[in-house]
Design a protein around this ligand. Structure first.
Ligand code: MTE
Ligand code: HPA
Ligand code: MOS
Length: 781
């Protein structure tokens, strides 16, 4: 027992969770001493790979000639599909994803072969020398075109509740429209990389920047045609993943491992930025058609949305992404009668994948757009229409999601009210109205948007985790778990949990690289569940050790086992105080097991994909943000002036890390909705494949006035120490930036017309929107 503390002992002396702690690697990060995959010292004889990429969006491969590649300086060998010893597949769910194109290419940038050379530079130069004869096939490049051609990677999905048609026809008012929301490149600072080092017998060690070591292990085993126990995948940390390394690190692992196995030499495959962006999938762009009926007061009575995504050439994770989009169309709103459809358009582009929010942002932004429409039609502040439609409390009936999960932890009313007050929303609204009246060129806009985000993998069986905790004889502690560190601070949080359980200072705990030979069959660190799942698993392991130590302490010193307390590096037992390392040493000599495994499976989850109903989420995380922007109506430039954010991290495990996560997610979401534009030319080539043409937010884009706070709210679910996940949900808070821009544009027409505004709201898109508003006003006059 430790939470109760010991009389006279200050909370700070025993509390390791719920306190701000620096990231476990903070010092190493700033000193440049944190080891990323490319920093691991290379084994003698290491070779370097580069991928040869398709230059056609869709074509039959008529002939390939690698003789110029093979003859290039430093080249050791070239391997293509026919050289793969096992399966030519790296698809995470559906096996439609070749490692190397076989017979046909399906997008510009598709890997066709790996060339291995003495140096990285030699491999890259040689990769361009292949002579390929293609026979062009028709290519589909947009989700709308895919829909028109009924070209899908999996059957379209649909979720209905109530009677949409009847409710729509009975509704006195309606809005109808279309919206396009672009995709987003993950833009992790560390690109994709895998380093495969052959081991004795059939063994292969793969050091890889990945969110999903177990899946990398499986993919490599299949590609090499060996059992999983021959493959070890290890990842100490990533320089960011953001979903881009959930499934799509597989190609790099498999290609490096195939070459290493063939050559019996270590092979490193590191993507440069352009190749990374050309080869890998991104956030799905969405096109929506919506039709919503509402009452005179703005309450939604019937909602229909038809979404089509750009899945790319293969399924990858598009199915679960679309499912999450469907399950987040409601956002914080009760929608009685709905018809929600989503289809994954098969296009001749990169296979789109996980990106922070995983379809949730794309689902929820549509209903926010609708509410924004309704408010303007009614001449009301959108905040009032939002509030009117919020989920209700238990007993009011308005607390069941369209997929049937009862919302038992709703705090959005109180949270939004707190933010409305603390951000001075109403007074600023008035000030902005006055400003706009006096300012013909610069227009300001303001928006408060809420979020409700479901926490758990929407594929039930993935909600499990394992951990190992070792207590060494000197009292120091090592923890290993199935989660991966991508900068989000999972190791810090897990170390805190273990320290808390054993009553020691966090400095006594060390976390080691994620390793498939330590904890088996792990899930991806994704769906924001990393700390939830692995924290619980590590707690389970640490608790078992503590219980054994407590039993042993009672055997030595007597007293009640329930009253033994572990705190402040000390064990309090029957009126005595024993230093933790001292008890550990004694326990070792008495042959007490000082290490343990731990396991956790989230309870209460079920999901029926056929009816799209069940309890897919363990709980919901909530938040809201207010953004104020200024738009230059002559240039289309916009600037975020101030943002106020309130996020429900439950009983935060580590408020310092959580605030960092909220800030990062918000700014990343702002980039998605404002400046980050993916653009493919008519030949299907992604032209925005480097930071020169793809604009992520810079420090100068962050608001000068940025007020981020956590909303204290113990999790209703028995999550680790009653905390809540924080990784993804705050990304949706950047909706407030987008709708503040739309508000500013709408000021051009005195808020009389709904500005059509697609995302990202680039300067060009804003100018188009202003022109549409001016056209509509002029036409009406
Ligand atoms: N934070 C950093 N610094 N880097 C990342 O790559 N990925 C995000 C989020 N925060 C990411 C991040 C995504 S997409 C997810 S799902 C979660 O972290 C995963 O980690 P967690 O479940 O441990 O929060
Ligand atoms: N998030 C991330 N990855 C996933 C999910 C999810 O909800 N479901 C299946 N894989
Ligand atoms: Mo996060 S998109 O679930 O990796």
């Amino acid at each position: 027992m430790n939470d109760a503390g010991v009389p006279g002992l200050k909370e700070a002396a025993w509390k390791a969770v719920g306190v701000p702690r620096a990231h476990e690697s903070a010092a190493l990060h700033v000193l440049g001493q944190a080891t990323y995959t490319d920093d691991i010292p290379e084994v003698q004889g290491t070779l370097h790979g580069a991928l040869g990429l398709s230059s056609k969006p869709h074509a039959r491969i008529v002939a390939t000639d690698f003789s110029r590649v093979a003859a290039a300086a430093g080249v050791v060998n070239v391997f293509a599909a026919s050289d793969i010893p096992g399966l030519n597949d790296c698809g995470p769910i559906i096996h439609d994803d070749p490692i190397f194109a076989d017979g046909v290419v399906m997008y510009v940038g598709q890997p066709m072969f790996i060339v291995v050379a003495t140096t990285h530079d030699q491999a890259r130069r040689a990769a361009r020398l292949a002579d390929i004869v293609y026979e062009d096939l028709p290519a589909i490049l947009t989700p709308q075109a895919a829909k028109a051609a009924q070209s899908y990677v999996l059957p379209p999905m649909r979720l209905t509740r109530g009677d949409y048609r009847q409710a729509y026809e009975a509704a006195p008012h309606f809005v109808k429209g279309e919206l396009y929301v672009g995709g987003q490149e993950q833009f992790y600072l560390e690109g994709q990389i895998a380093y495969a080092v052959p081991q004795e017998d059939k063994g292969m060690l793969v050091l890889c920047s990945t969110q999903h070591p177990s899946e990398m292990q499986h993919v490599v085993a299949h590609a090499l045609g060996v059992h999983s126990h021959n493959i070890v995948v290890e990842c100490r940390r990533m320089g960011g993943g953001f979903g881009g390394k959930e499934s799509q690190s597989a190609l790099w692992c498999a290609a490096a491992a195939i070459a290493a196995a063939k050559l019996k030499r270590p092979v490193k495959l590191r993507a440069d930025r352009d190749d990374d962006m050309l080869v890998t999938g991104k956030r799905h762009c969405f096109h929506y058609e919506y039709e919503v009926g509402y009452a005179a007061d703005g309450r939604i009575l019937a909602a229909k949305v038809d979404m089509v995504t750009r899945a790319g050439y293969s399924a990858d994770l598009s199915g679960p992404v679309a499912t999450r989009a469907v399950c987040h169309f409601d956002n914080t709103y009760y929608l009685s009668d709905v018809d929600i459809r989503a289809a994954c358009g098969k296009t001749n582009t990169q296979s789109n994948t996980a990106f922070r929010g995983f379809g949730g942002p794309q689902g929820a932004i549509a209903i926010e757009y609708v509410i924004d429409d309704i408010a303007r039609k009614l001449g009301r502040d959108p905040l009032d229409i939002r509030r009117l439609n919020f989920y209700g409390k238990e007993g009011e009936g308005r607390n069941v999601t369209p997929y049937g999960q009862v919302v038992v932890d709703n705090v959005i009313d109180a949270l939004a009210a707190e933010l409305e007050a603390s951000s001075d929303y109403r007074a600023r609204r008035e000030a902005i109205t006055a400003f706009n009246r006096a300012s013909p060129v610069l227009k300001k806009g303001l928006a408060l948007t809420p979020v409700k985000f479901g926490i758990a993998f929407n594929v039930t069986h993935l909600n499990q985790a394992g951990a190992l905790v070792h207590v060494y004889v000197d009292g120091s502690i090592l923890v290993n778990h199935g989660g991966t560190e991508m900068g989000q601070g999972i190791n810090t949080k897990v170390m805190q949990v273990v320290a808390h359980e054993l009553g020691v200072d966090m400095a006594n705990v060390r976390a080691t690289a994620t390793d498939t030979s330590k904890v088996a069959n792990t899930s991806a660190t994704a769906a924001s569940t990393g700390a939830d799942l692995n924290g619980k698993a590590a707690q389970d392991a640490a608790r078992q050790i503590r219980n054994r130590l407590a039993a042993y302490a009672v055997k030595l010193y007597g007293g009640d086992i329930e009253a033994v307390c572990f705190a402040a590096d000390t064990v309090f037992v029957n009126g005595r105080q024993v230093r933790f390392p001292e008890l550990v040493q004694k326990a070792y000599l008495a042959r007490v097991q000082l290490w343990s495994d731990g396991f956790y499976a989230t309870p209460g989850l079920h999901w029926d994909p056929k009816t799209m109903s069940g309890n897919p989420f363990s709980y919901f995380a909530y938040g809201a943000a207010v953004s104020e922007v200024v738009v230059d109506t002559l240039t289309g430039e916009s600037k975020l002036l101030r943002a106020d954010v309130l996020y429900d991290a439950g009983r935060s495990l580590n408020p310092a890390i959580d605030i960092g996560q909220v800030e990062g997610a918000f700014i990343q979401g702002m980039g998605w909705l404002t400046t980050e534009e993916l653009w493919w030319n008519s030949a299907g080539k992604l032209m925005t494949h480097a930071p020169s043409t793809y604009k992520i937010p810079a420090v100068s884009d962050c608001p000068q006035d940025f007020r981020v706070k956590l909303y204290d709210n113990a999790n209703v679910a028995d999550n680790i120490h009653r905390s809540k996940a924080v990784g993804e949900p705050p990304l949706l808070l950047a909706f407030s930036v987008f709708f503040a821009i739309r508000d500013a544009v709408s000021a051009v027409g005195d808020h009389k017309v709904n500005p059509p505004l697609n995302a990202p709201a680039t300067c060009e898109e804003i100018l188009k929107s202003i022109a549409a508003v001016e056209g509509a006003i002029g036409g009406a006059a």
